[in-house]
Design a binder for this molecule. Structure first.
Ligand SMILES: Cc1ncc(COP(=O)(O)O)c(C=O)c1O
Length: 297
């Protein structure tokens, strides 16, 4: 039976309960992380934890030092408890909310103990065939708040955007604000112009993706020029390739946006090279075998 972690204990998911006063439930007052594991080894867990710490600090959710250490330790344990320690690919989801207290907009005083919840599950890469075919996206207005750099559990605009993509029969929603192509509903965006990879700079408008960081590193290591600058939608018709990056998304080639082909409408050489470079990083850091071929499993 699936075991989850809740406030210091591991228990069957069906027995996990949170109070109706939990501020995550009432206000979306909390942050979360999703960390990938390859062959039971985390990929860049310290980066994910650092992002969570930054989010907790920004929301002024008090959590003690030993509480943060426990967050790290529970990652491996929850995998083991769910028989996923040897899984080819798995994620650990971790959420911390401000905790439960009678509903007031301002922070409860004294501060309640934060609610800490985690679960693990396997995830899969698309088949080589699917990856080779590429994916589609639609553009959607970005309706999120002005702190999109924080990984909060307030995800309704992302949910609505992703549902619009699903209803349109495509994989991703590309969020557009003030005429700029920012990122996906749950991924970062890279647009390729010739041999150059362009992505929105880190700011309050995009999430500082751990995969984004790894992918840019892989690109630079392979001598692919990288530019971090805003991408006006008016430049999109000149794009030769587009791809999204994210923990479960990895590197997802996008061959059409709003029904129009990107470049020649095929997965391009820069995306392939970046995918290879990203998988090489994963292989090196998680000691897993490097999968053969761009999208191969
Ligand atoms: C809005 C948004 N952007 C980007 C990302 C990618 O971040 P990461 O690579 O750390 O998974 C996510 C991941 O959930 C996201 O929700």
């Amino acid at each position: 039976m699936e075991q989850v972690y809740l406030n210091g204990a591991f228990l069957p998911k069906g027995e996990a309960r949170i109070p109706v006063d939990d501020r995550g439930f009432l206000f979306g007052d909390g942050v979360y992380e999703v960390t990938p594991f390859y062959g039971g080894v985390p990929f860049r867990l310290p980066r994910h934890l650092a992002r969570m710490r930054r989010g907790l600090a920004a929301l002024q959710i008090p959590i003690e030092a030993q509480g943060l250490e426990a967050l790290e330790a529970l990652h491996e344990e929850i995998l083991v408890r769910n028989g996923l320690e040897g899984a080819e690919m798995a994620i650990v989801y971790l959420q911390v909310t401000r905790g439960a207290a009678p509903r007031t907009h301002h922070f409860p005083d004294p501060a309640p103990a934060p609610t800490v919840y985690a679960y693990a599950r396997a995830f899969q890469r698309p088949s080589g065939e699917e990856w080779e075919k590429g994916f589609g996206a639609i553009t959607v207005p970005d309706l999120r708040w002005a702190r999109a750099d924080l990984k909060t559990v307030q995800l309704l605009p992302n949910v609505m955007a992703q549902q619009a993509a699903r209803a349109a029969g495509v994989a991703d929603a590309l969020l557009v604000r003030d005429g700029l192509a920012l990122e996906g509903a749950h991924s970062n965006l890279c647009v390729v112009f010739g041999d150059r990879v362009v992505t929105h700079p880190l700011s309050n408008q995009v999430l500082p993706g751990i995969t984004r960081e790894a992918v840019l590193e892989a690109a630079r290591a392979r001598g692919i020029p990288v530019e971090e600058r805003p991408i006006p939608m008016t430049e999109l018709p000149d794009a030769t390739e587009v791809f999204f990056t994210g923990t479960t998304t990895e590197v997802r080639p996008t061959v059409q946006v709003d029904g129009k082909p990107v470049g020649d409408g095929k997965v391009g050489p820069v995306t392939r090279e970046i995918q290879e470079g990203f998988l090489e990083l994963v292989a090196r850091e998680c000691w897993v075998e490097h999968p053969v071929g761009a999208g191969a499993r």
